[in-house]
Write a protein that binds this ligand. Structure first.
Ligand code: ADP
Ligand code: MG
Ligand code: MG
Length: 888
């Protein structure tokens, strides 16, 4: 049988359903689903995503028979609507809409009122008795079609519209008369002819196929390609095309069009949230053409009446549909509707995008409402999304100089220098500057700049404007529709209502939760981790198996980590302690000493300070496991480098600058990353590790004896490549440790283990495990050494690799599972061969990256360790890993 490419929906009958999202796209599947559950949806049909794939595979040609299949479905649609496409007396008009598997807001364009021409417009006038409406629909059709399908610059017709309004002395489209609009149609068509050198197509059939081609064609337009890249959507998913009977929100003041969320997408509050416009069509609400009105009375701030007040019956029906949809989809919905002469029609529903705050609240609320399970709630929040909640917000006690207030479109706080274009935002961000992107309004072309900016401020547009929706999706702070500012792109400045001028480069602060715009930089405070967040994280901890530790070097870091729920420290880098101002001198003395005795003398000065460091860390962690890595970096990192620094140190140390310079030169390495570092230091200068082990054990013994702590210090030896290195260092370390324990008389155990960060270590893990009680995969170095790729130099070429898709992503961000990950897998397997219950963890940056965490779960690691701020993300990702495994 031939492949079916077209699926009908309408009048309670559907060939598709909500489960067919991959085939029908999100919009098509949900139109079918809404039809099936009895909601008022204008009938139509969907051309499948498979057809899109086929279209591109066949060099932009359709399979044979498609023409007929579309014609059959069109006939069925005509029957349902009791109208005929292209009919002079009773014309059926269509909308042609794109819709892929993942929602891609604003990426693809919709054509409305298709089927109009000079003949059918007369039929529409006769049928509706409303010439103004008919001409309004026609002029809109020409605007959309010439832009989306014919590729004409939309400003050309927009300018004519503006001129006409000026000429007529009116501000709004709705104030233009039927005659004005009829004239516009003529002028529009002339302009198209003049600009493109061809006529605007009048044949409805030609219009329809033109629009279908354009939707499929738009799958490959640069905006869509960029969006897919940013969101990891594969190109071969394709888009569907929905052809649907038109309903009209522009027939008069008993008509409207609107968008709404079933709950507040910013805060998650369980209240209907939306906007609409009377006598309007399509995306007028989103485009910010007029100021939209609120849905419910409670949101009416006295400026404009709400739908509840203007059309109470439609409002009631919408409220009913809100609850039907939430019960059916069991998630917050983002809906689009149109009211034609007091009849409500649903045009779209989908799971609504939301801020992290809203995601957490909605998930928790829905569990309490009995709509979803705890497991589902946990899976509803994307780990990466939590990042938004873990960052500071404005200090409520700070002085604020509020210069304007817009809509609180996407929460969070952002400060930065003002820029006025996406390009400038991107450039400034590349230089490491923090910027706030200020625009009159944003469009899909600005997405890269929105990414680069800390926050976004727009002068126009509502809570559902492009800027607001996209910013919420990105988790970026956004203040939208800030009418109090006048943006002047030419002068590169904006002016507030008092006339104060803000130039490019001036610093402002945005509060996306209140809509306030402030002059200068306003200080911030730490996030709140209780309430809904605390509740969700409690469930998270019920479901995960993987433990989560933090990489923390100081008691301060450790405190933050514990607050975020860290269950230990997976990596304490002791070198950071060597840099502290009060000890760097002693460290330098140690490095530059001529003999063992000199080194020991210097080390004995450092010992009490190191002991103090570890005391603080152990105390903060209250008996939770702490892994301490012995000194790792090459010694020259601690030495002075400039001539002036060397002179200074020489004076203090009482040696000549020349001698000192010689020493420094002597320590220089051609390739320090692979040089005299890690356990190689411990082997050549054993006194250093002796001192560190002594400090660790003395600190631990003190707490065990004096404060009844239960501590099992984990001493980690870095950069081992051969078991003999570890054997030597382990013997020595345990001798020192045992001595301390014996002397103190404390009852205490300790572990000695190693980082696995060289391929040789992973490949010989069965040998290394003879000497190691634990492994911690140092995937930063392991990535460098596996790829043979220096992280410090990769900036020059790695971005090209990612851009050209030679690599799917930066392997320092996301663990390269098939290469580096394979070494981790081998390391685990071989380590367990020798020592079945060897403790296994990972402490590279990847320990906080969700996809890498899921991988670690599958390998059966005991824990991941990441930076303190990422601990909740790691906990959630670990829960996802466990739940997804159960599902599979
Ligand atoms: P997007 O994917 O950008 O949301 P849509 O296909 O949903 O684009 O179309 C945008 C808007 O066009 C809708 O919100 C709706 O207002 C209007 N629209 C689409 N189809 C119809 C229709 N059949 N009748 C009336 N308006 C429609
Ligand atoms: Mg759109
Ligand atoms: Mg839509």
């Amino acid at each position: 049988m031939a492949v079916k490419y077209v699926y009908f929906f309408g009048a309670g009958q559907t060939e598709g359903n909500g489960g067919m999202r991959n085939l029908l796209g999100g919009k098509g599947a949900n139109l079918a689903e809404m039809t099936a559950i009895g909601l008022p949806v204008p009938p139509g049909f969907t051309l499948t995503t498979e057809l899109c794939t086929e279209f591109y595979r066949n060099n932009r040609h359709y399979p044979e028979g498609l023409q007929q299949e579309v014609a059959d479905h069109l006939a069925r649609l005509e029957q349902a609507m009791e109208k005929k496409f292209g009919d002079p007396d009773n014309p059926l008009l269509l909308s042609v809409r794109s819709g892929s598997r993942a929602s891609m807001p604003g990426m693809m364009d919709t054509v409305l009122n298709l089927g109009l021409n000079d003949v059918t417009v007369q039929g529409l006038i006769a049928g509706s008795g409303n010439p103004r409406f008919a001409w309004d629909s026609y002029r809109r059709f020409i605007q959309m079609y010439s832009d989306v399908v014919m590729g004409m610059d939309s400003d050309l017709l927009e300018d004519i519209l503006e001129q006409t309004k000026e000429l007529r002395g009116v501000k709004l489209d709705t104030e233009l008369t039927a005659e004005d609009l009829r004239q516009l149609v003529i002028r529009f068509k002339n302009k198209v002819q003049e600009t493109l050198g061809r006529q605007f197509p009048s044949d409805p059939e030609e219009q329809l196929w033109g629009a279908i081609n354009a939707v499929f064609g738009s799958w490959m337009n640069p905006r869509a390609v960029t969006y897919r890249k940013l969101n990891n959507i594969p190109a071969d998913w394709g888009t569907a095309v929905n052809v649907q009977a038109m309903v009209f929100g522009n027939m008069g003041n008993d008509c409207a069009t609107g968008v709404a969320f079933t709950r507040n997408p910013s805060t998650g509050e369980n209240r209907f949230f939306g906007e609409f416009l009377l006598n309007a069509q399509g995306e007028d609400v989103v485009a910010g053409i007029r100021t939209p009105q609120p849905i419910d009375k409670a949101s009416n701030d006295g400026h404009l009446p709400s739908l509840e007040e203007v059309m109470p019956a439609c409002y009631e029906q919408l409220l009913q549909i809100r609850s039907t949809l939430e019960q059916h989809y069991r998630d917050m919905q983002d809906i689009e509707f149109t009211i034609e002469k007091d009849h409500l029609y649903m045009l779209q529903t989908r799971n609504g995008k939301r801020t992290a705050k809203a995601a957490v609240k909605i998930a928790v609320d829905m569990v309490l409402e009995g709509l979803i399970s705890k497991q589902e709630a946990v899976l509803r929040v994307a780990p990466e999304q939590l990042d938004q909640l873990l960052h500071p917000s404005l200090d409520p006690k700070a002085d604020k100089d509020v210069v304007a207030t817009g809509l609180p479109a996407s929460p969070g706080a952002a400060s930065g220098e003002i820029v006025f274009s996406a390009e400038d935002a991107e450039e400034a961000a590349k230089l490491g500057l923090k910027v706030v992107l200020v625009r009159i309004e944003t469009s899909p072309e600005d997405i890269h700049g929105m990414h680069a900016a800390q926050g976004i401020l727009t002068a126009r547009g509502g809570m559902t404007s492009h800027a607001a929706v996209v910013a919420r999706g990105m988790g970026k702070c956004c203040v939208a529709g800030c009418g109090g500012i006048k943006v002047d792109y030419k002068a590169q400045q904006f002016t507030d209502e008092s006339g104060q001028v803000f130039k490019r480069g001036d610093v402002i602060t945005l509060d996306g939760s209140t809509g306030e715009v402030m002059k200068g930089l306003v200080p911030t405070v730490e996030p709140e981790l209780t309430g809904d967040f605390g509740q969700l994280m409690e469930w998270v901890d019920e479901f995960r198996r993987l433990r989560v530790r933090a990489n923390a070097d100081t008691p301060n870091d450790a405190a933050v980590a514990r607050q975020f729920g860290a269950e230990g420290i997976g990596l304490c880098r002791t070198e950071h302690m060597f840099f502290e101002a009060d000890r760097i001198m002693a460290v330098r003395e140690m490095i530059l000493a001529d003999d063992v005795e000199g080194r020991k003398r210097a080390l004995s000065k450092i010992l009490p300070m190191q002991k103090g460091d570890f005391l603080g860390l152990f105390q903060e962690m209250k008996g939770l496991p702490v892994t301490i890595r012995l000194l790792d970096p090459p010694l020259h990192e601690f030495l002075p480098h400039t001539r002036r620094e060397i002179d200074e140190l020489a004076a203090v140390m009482n040696v000549s600058a020349e001698v000192l310079q010689q020493k420094v030169d002597h320590l220089h390495e051609v390739n320090p990353m692979l040089g005299h570092r890690g356990c190689r230091l411990g082997i050549t200068f054993p006194e250093i590790y002796d001192m560190q082990v002594q400090a660790i054990m003395e600190a631990a013994c003190t707490l065990v004896r004096e404060e009844n702590y239960e501590i099992v210090p984990e001493i980690m030896i870095p950069l081992v490549g051969h078991v003999n290195e570890l054997k030597l260092l382990r013997n020595r370390a345990s001798r020192v440790a045992d001595e301390v324990v014996l002397r103190s008389g404390a009852k205490i155990d300790y572990l000695i283990g190693t980082m696995i960060e060289l391929p040789r270590a992973a490949l010989t893990a069965h040998e290394i495990a003879e000497e190691a009680e634990f492994f911690s995969f140092g995937t930063n170095d392991l990535t460098q050494t596996t790829f043979g790729l220096s992280r410090d130099d990769a900036g020059k070429f790695l971005p090209f690799y990612v851009q050209r898709e030679l690599l799917p992503c930066d392997p320092f961000v996301m663990l390269d599972q098939s290469g580096v990950g394979e070494l981790v897998r081998i390391g685990c397997e071989k380590g367990r061969q020798t020592r079945p219950n060897i403790k296994l963890g990972i402490c590279g940056e990847h320990g906080g990256e969700p996809s890498s965490i899921i991988f670690c779960h599958r390998l059966g690691l005991d824990y991941v360790s990441c930076s303190p701020y990422r601990v909740p993300i790691a906990r959630l990702a670990a829960a996802h890993a466990a739940l997804l495994e159960k599902k599979a």
